[in-house]
Ligand binder design. Sequence first.
Ligand code: NAD
Length: 296
Amino acid sequence: MSEPRLLAGSPIAAEIRAGLTTDFAAFKVKWGYSPTLAIVLVGADAPSAVYLQQILRTCQKVGVQGRLLEIGSHAEADDVCNEIERLNADSAVAGIIVQMPLPAHIPLRTVINAIDPAKDIDGIHPRNAGLLSLGYDGFLPATAQASVEILKRSGIEIAGKRVVVIGRSNVVGKPAALLLMREDGTVSVLHSKTKDLAHHTRDAEILVVAAGKPGLVTGEMLSPGVVVVDVGINVVDDGEGGKKLVGDVDFASASAVAGAITPVPGGVGPLTNALLLSHLLQAATAQAQSQADAAR
Ligand code: NAD
């Protein structure tokens, strides 16, 4: 079989960032400040650290402020919510993201509910999640959106295709499945309790993998020509005493069968960050406008 088409997210992300750089500069001229993206990190987690550094770099590239708020892993839910309340009240902060996973003793639901839905640029608040499930406009979870955008912007038809999503988390798998349905795909969702994963993956014309398990999907689980979107970001040993990033798909064996495939790194990840910052622009504009209206 010939080499698959490589669906690179980086050039698409660069294009989006170029537009955002212009738009954020225009925002500053119009409103007199650059909006801030606040990232709340509770405790330390290796994949989170990689992800956060990438977001902060993207902030720099488009000319917005990235503010990392690190909270110790022994903090209680109330401490985290109080910090979020402060960010909600801070008019310079246009968007707030809370890095997952939270330490086990902090209830996710309590923290998510504390975020002002108007600043919830990664679409995790029940209000935004509800809007997505009903098909209305709201902030979309950026990773899920990126997994669909990479297909659309690469000219891959989704309508009518058999689309299989592995993973049903609220942040990636479930919203990705909803968005793929919105694009008229015929969507199946697989998860950790699914029996005989390969039986389902072999039926896929488009396969989106978001399980957080390196090497979960191999070439023998795929049908020839399938389009593979690998959302996974896993930090593993590189065999030479260092670390490297890999997805959930065994790239070498999958590439021998797939028609198109996203790389890790350089696939969904860069696009996620660019989309997140486009949500920040949207949030900042709406907030600046409503403050101006209120002051009239
Ligand atoms: P999660 O742990 O919350 O959810 C994993 C999902 O995969 C669950 O629904 C689970 O049922 C399913 N799953 C786990 N093992 C499975 C198996 N053996 N077979 C079938 N299904 C299985 O993870 P998440 O937050 O949804 O993240 C998924 C992956 O995406 C992770 O690797 C994460 O690092 C990555 N991620 C990437 C980006 C990005 O920008 N590219 C952003 C966020 C998360």
